[in-house]
Write a protein that binds this ligand. Structure first.
Ligand SMILES: Cc1cc2nc3c(=O)[nH]c(=O)nc-3n(C[C@H](O)[C@H](O)[C@H](O)COP(=O)(O)O)c2cc1C
Ligand SMILES: C=C(O[C@@H]1CC(C(=O)O)=C[C@@H](OP(=O)(O)O)[C@H]1O)C(=O)O
Length: 345
């Protein structure tokens, strides 16, 4: 079983992750891993925090001479903006963030005790872990990519930028949507046999766990609601060369909770950033008086960054489901099992 845990506060010393269950013998290319971290920092509309951080992952354990050992992989990313103990208390929760409910739930009187961990800074760990999973999947010619498709209702790249500029100018924020595509998967990853093995549910859960992601559609997604079955199901064809194939991919590569051999395509929606320069009404959690919500430094738009995080979330789930099917304590063993299966198809 491939599993991971992360720890770290946004302005704490560092962010860490442990990935357990990765087979031995996988070559970890640190340069490629750090490129993923860099991609997460970019994107039009990001705030000033990204100018402070220069995210760089260090491998603490589980690797010798660049190869995984089969033991837990410890990953570390330093926070340049480390100042958690100096930050002043905040008592004016931001609508749309974890602030109010987090204080009620954990008994805090300072929303900083909540926001430090609720912050999307945690997603740097997700990308560090995802970068290892992407390298694993690459061994089997499986790739995961993403595309921003809409920002604040605009689909043209220049208009998207203008939308972000306008939001920034008006001290507001803006959300959007993006697709994540995984190519090269064989049919049969995931299963219809049990609810917790259905791949579409696992993928949606992983992407929805990224802060501010509010919807995940598989293939045609919500558009299925308007359609007739005869128009939307992907007819099946066969040739000796190709084997089974489809001419359309409305299903987004998943049928019955399993990959069907076509690209897996998800469409994901992100809400606008909760911190707003012109803050909404709120209530002070100590005095109970009406106040304006807290304004921290913020990203005007982080859809591009979220898309990179979602690639990692998807890569992690795919690596988990792939290993569930093919097993293997070493890459050699996984490859042998994989080849045996694909030959049998
Ligand atoms: C890459 C990324 C960057 C984000 N940057 C900010 C930010 O600067 N300010 C903010 O208030 N929220 C930001 N968010 C969103 C919050 O983390 C999110 O709204 C909050 O955790 C509550 O979201 P939820 O209701 O989906 O859990 C960011 C999210 C992501 C994925
Ligand atoms: C630190 C990151 O994103 C942060 C996510 C975030 C939030 O509230 O989610 C708030 C901002 O942090 P700060 O208040 O320090 O400016 C973002 O910069 C990151 O993506 O690495």
């Amino acid at each position: 079983m491939l599993r991971f845990l992360t720890a770290g506060e946004s302005h704490g010393r560092c962010m860490v992750a442990i990935l357990e269950g990765m087979p031995a013998g996988l070559k970890l290319d640190l340069k490629e891993m750090n490129m993923e971290l860099k991609r997460r920092q970019l994107g039009y509309g990001r705030g000033d925090r990204m100018k402070i951080e220069g995210d760089n992952v260090e491998i603490l354990s589980g690797v010798r001479n660049g190869l995984t050992l089969g033991s837990p992989i410890g990953l570390y990313v330093k926070n340049n903006d480390f100042r958690i103990d100096e930050l002043i208390a905040l008592t004016n929760p931001r609508p749309g963030h974890a602030d109010l409910v987090g204080c009620l739930k954990y008994g805090h009187q300072d929303i900083r005790n909540v926001l430090e961990r609720a912050s999307a800074r945690e997603t740097v760990c997700r990308v560090a872990v995802g970068s290892v999973c992407k390298l694993f999947l690459k061994e089997f010619d499986i790739s995961v990519s993403s595309d921003v498709v809409m920002i604040g209702g605009e689909t043209d790249k220049e208009r998207m930028k203008k939308k972000i500029d306008a939001a920034r100018k008006h001290l507001d924020t803006v959300g959007g949507s993006f697709t994540v595509t995984a190519k090269g998967l064989p049919p049969g990853i995931g299963s219809y046999a049990a609810a917790d093995r259905r791949l579409n549910a696992l993928l949606a859960g992983a992407v929805m766990s990224i802060p501010a992601i509010k919807a995940v559609e598989v293939g045609l997604g919500v558009a299925y609601a308007h359609a007739l079955g005869s128009r939307v199901h992907d007819a099946i064809y066969y040739t000796k060369d190709k084997g089974y194939f489809r001419r359309t991919n409305h299903a987004g590569g998943i049928e019955g909770g399993m990959t069907n051999g076509e690209p897996v395509v998800l469409r994901c929606t992100m809400k606008p950033i909760a911190t707003i320069g012109k803050p909404l009404e709120s209530v002070d959690i100590v005095t109970k008086k009406a106040v304006k919500a807290a304004v921290e430094r913020y990203d005007t738009c982080a859809v591009e960054a979220a898309a990179v995080v979602a690639e990692s979330a998807v890569a992690i789930v795919l690596a988990q489901a792939f290993l569930e099917k093919f097993g293997g304590d070493s890459i050699t063993e996984t490859r042998r099992n994989y080849k045996g299966y694909t030959r049998s198809l």
